[in-house]
Design a protein around this ligand. Sequence first.
Ligand SMILES: [Cu+2]
Length: 204
Amino acid sequence: MSAHPHTSSDDSGSIWKFLNIIFAVVVGGFALFWALVLLYGTKAETSGWNKEVEAPAATPAAAVASVAAEPAPGAVAPLEITLKPDTANPLAYDVKEFKVKAGQTVKLTFNNTHPAVPQPHNVVIGVAGSKDKLMGLAMQMATAPDGMAKGFIPDSPDILFHTKLLQPNTTETIEFKAPAAGDYPYLCTFPGHGAIMNGVMKVE
Ligand SMILES: [Cu+2]
């Protein structure tokens, strides 16, 4: 009966041997896996095609780009100006005059909002000395069948820049480069408005 325990211990011994092999394979495989991961990572780092490694390298490039985007010394920032119908006189602009440098970018916003008297208006900027002529052309459009459709903006080479005819409580921003030095009239060409609804853009 001594053979039975012997066989039994032999069996249990072979189970442990088997488990040892499994254990060795698992641990060895695990170690090999991480060795490959480390090797792979190092290669990626040195060759530079790994995205995670490239990302920090992009930061200096972005910094250079933002430096390049800054205005050159002496460059003038855009002039941003907003006109509205005057609260005290709804048939006038609140800004009667503004100054800008020749070549300077102008971002002119017309906010056609008046607390009491909603009216359609526009802003038309003409060449120096053209105010009366443009007012006359606008008055002719009062009876023209397509006057309203054209926003009462005359077809004239004297007009440099203009907004469209804005309905009450609407806004438009136009952007342009200020022309050569001079006094440029701006007016609303809705018939009858321009006599009071006007101002001067002084380009220096
Ligand atoms: Cu007007």
